[in-house]
Write a protein that binds this ligand. Structure first.
Ligand code: ZN
Length: 343
């Protein structure tokens, strides 16, 4: 990116009311079959329009064709039985009903490649595409086959690499892996999580990113955040190894979180997507609030490596709220861009 402070979202945007129940996570589709396919494409075009209208520099599909950022990808794989469900504790904090791994996992066909081509046809702006990360995938499943978290993560990493290579060929500029589990299982991140991520990006020439957040603004997460104390230092555990990794960009939650900004010094040299929009509240940030967060990050991130972003996905927000927040992000980035250019 030649432009300073290129703006983007973490990934998801609210879905239109005719596609799925709004302001709800993981809501069911309102259509089925052919009409659903067409509706998803329409929603994708609309999500793109929303981003272009706000003036975002790096755009995405708004995750309009997924119900869930992990399970929608897994649904296309072989070796996972969605009828056989188990209740497990995920992210070490809340119970969820998840599908079961019953045999060797494989990817018989591409999952998001057609959607990516469809988006690519409609814009010349850089495109970012989100995939679940290997550790977060295994943490959203019950494994009755491998019975080893790292072995299963490695198999998923190989599958993600196949998908990523096809997304790159379809014209995706940045491939992002969502790894909220990186904020929970520090020892595993350092033992094999980052290695699995590097397996997932093997051979890619496009830019690669990892998104590590404190989750959507759901109750289980806000309750968890209350237990984390006055300073959230989780990133400190994994940043040294991430700094050494082959990942180009690290996407983080910053605004309204208790993450001490100086932790960003631990990933010096990496590009950083700085979360400057809180997705856990409907209050709209002012442009000046966004600018304030970005200025703080600039103390530890070089200006040419700072990418203003949202803290996490915007799926659960009302659409006008999401639009206003995107406008604030763009306006706040512009304030700081002008300051940088004025020297
Ligand atoms: Zn997130």
């Amino acid at each position: 990116m030649k432009k300073l402070l290129p703006t983007s979202t973490a990934g998801s945007l609210p879905k239109p009311v005719w596609l799925a129940e709004p302001e709800t996570l993981w809501s069911d589709w309102k259509l089925a079959g052919e009409p659903l396919q067409e509706a998803k494409q329409d929603a994708l075009s609309l999500a793109l329009h929303q981003q272009l209208q706000a003036g975002l520099d790096i755009v995405s599909d708004g995750e309009q064709s997924r119900q869930h950022f992990v399970t929608t990808f897994i649904e296309s794989l072989e070796g996972v039985d969605f009828a056989q469900r188990e209740t497990v504790k995920i992210r070490n904090r809340y119970e969820a009903s998840v599908p079961t791994v019953v045999g060797p996992v494989s990817r018989p066909r591409s999952v998001f490649v057609e959607d990516a081509k469809f988006l690519r046809q409609q814009t010349k702006q850089p495109i970012k595409w989100a995939l679940p990360g290997p550790m977060t995938m295994i943490d959203t499943l019950y494994d009755a086959h491998y019975q080893s978290r790292d072995k299963l993560a490695w198999e998923f990493a190989k599958i993600l690499n196949q998908e990523a290579k096809e997304l790159e060929a379809a014209g995706v500029d940045i491939i992002q892996f969502d790894e909220p589990a990186f904020n929970v299982f520090f020892d595993e991140v350092n033992d094999w999580g980052i290695a699995a991520l590097e397996r997932a990006i093997e051979g890619l020439k496009c830019q690669t990113a990892v998104h590590i957040c404190y989750g959507y603004g759901i109750k289980a997460n806000t309750e968890w955040k209350k237990t984390l104390g006055s300073e959230w230092r989780q990133y400190e555990e994994i940043f040294p190894k991430l700094q050494q990794s082959k990942i180009d960009i690290i996407s983080l939650e910053c605004h309204n979180s208790r993450v001490p900004m100086e932790l960003l010094a631990l990933i010096r040299g990496k590009k950083v997507m700085v979360g400057a929009i809180d997705v856990a509240t409907s209050n709209i940030e002012s442009a000046e609030e966004v600018a304030h967060t970005l200025r703080q990050a600039l103390q530890f991130v070089d200006a040419d490596k700072l990418y203003p972003c949202t803290n996490c996905g915007m799926t659960p927000l009302a659409r006008p709220v999401a639009q206003a927040k995107l406008n604030a992000l763009v306006a706040g980035a512009e304030i700081v861009r002008q300051e940088l250019l004025a020297g």
